[in-house]
Design a protein. Structure first.
Length: 230
């Protein structure tokens, strides 16, 4: 009995440490997947830096409770955990790539169901994981960040101020938003309004200068008349 408890405690510790140290975690239901299908899924995930592990729900529940993570609703039925790990070449895996591998596999294997997960410690719904799967690879995101660095300083400051924990994904969302709004009637109207406002301010400044010049001329004329009278 003591040996069984010790093994269970070791598994709980392993799961807890893996969840605490992974970039992302996806919980899935694999009911109906046979051994060859599971092997295929594991290989697809391994290629992009993911790892697919099956643990008892009771032990995973203990681990997530120790981490104060609200994942218990997903720990029902046959559940497997997909972690972001390392690629075969030793480089770091990518959360978006792991989510995409799961999504692609699920298209031809309806038995695989994505339940939810974590990204940088933040809870994700199944729909959010599907959205994550649509993001481009890390290398493309880094290229987009480089493009953002070439933007005007004011725009760059806005991007940096809006960064949450995961910089790459936040920048992707902001870049998408920028691309979708450029050239729209709302943006064009805002730009026109700004130009009109600047023109009005310039005109007011010119009128003020003219009024000042007129006042100076009047003062000079008045001074000249007083000098002639005296």
């Amino acid at each position: 009995m003591g040996e069984i408890r010790s093994r269970k405690a070791a598994v709980v510790e392993e799961v807890r440490d893996r969840i605490a140290n992974t970039e992302a975690l996806v919980l899935t239901e694999y009911r109906g997947l046979d051994v060859p299908a599971l092997a295929e899924l594991r290989e697809a995930l391994r290629a992009v830096g993911g790892e697919y592990k099956v643990y008892k729900n009771t032990l995973v529940r203990l681990a997530v409770n120790e981490l104060n993570l609200d994942l218990e609703e997903h720990l029902v039925g046959p559940t497997a955990l997909a972690f972001v790990s390392e690629k075969p070449d030793g480089t770091k895996g990518d959360a978006a790539a792991v989510a995409k591998a799961l999504s692609e596999f699920a298209k031809s294997n309806e038995s695989l169901v994505v339940k939810g997960g974590l990204l940088e410690g933040n809870l994700l719904s199944a729909d959010q994981i599907k959205a994550l799967a649509k993001l481009p690879p890390r290398e493309v995101l880094l290229a987009q960040i480089a493009g953002a660095l070439a933007a005007p300083l004011q725009q760059l400051a806005g991007l940096l101020n809006a960064l949450p924990q995961n910089m790459a994904y936040a920048l992707k969302a902001l870049l998408d938003q920028k691309a979708s709004t450029e050239g729209t009637p709302e943006v064009e109207e805002a730009e026109e309004a700004e130009e009109v406002e600047e023109a009005e301010e310039a005109e007011e400044a010119e009128e003020a200068e003219e009024a000042e010049e007129v006042q100076e001329i009047e003062i000079e004329e008045a001074t000249a008349e007083e000098s002639e009278e005296s």
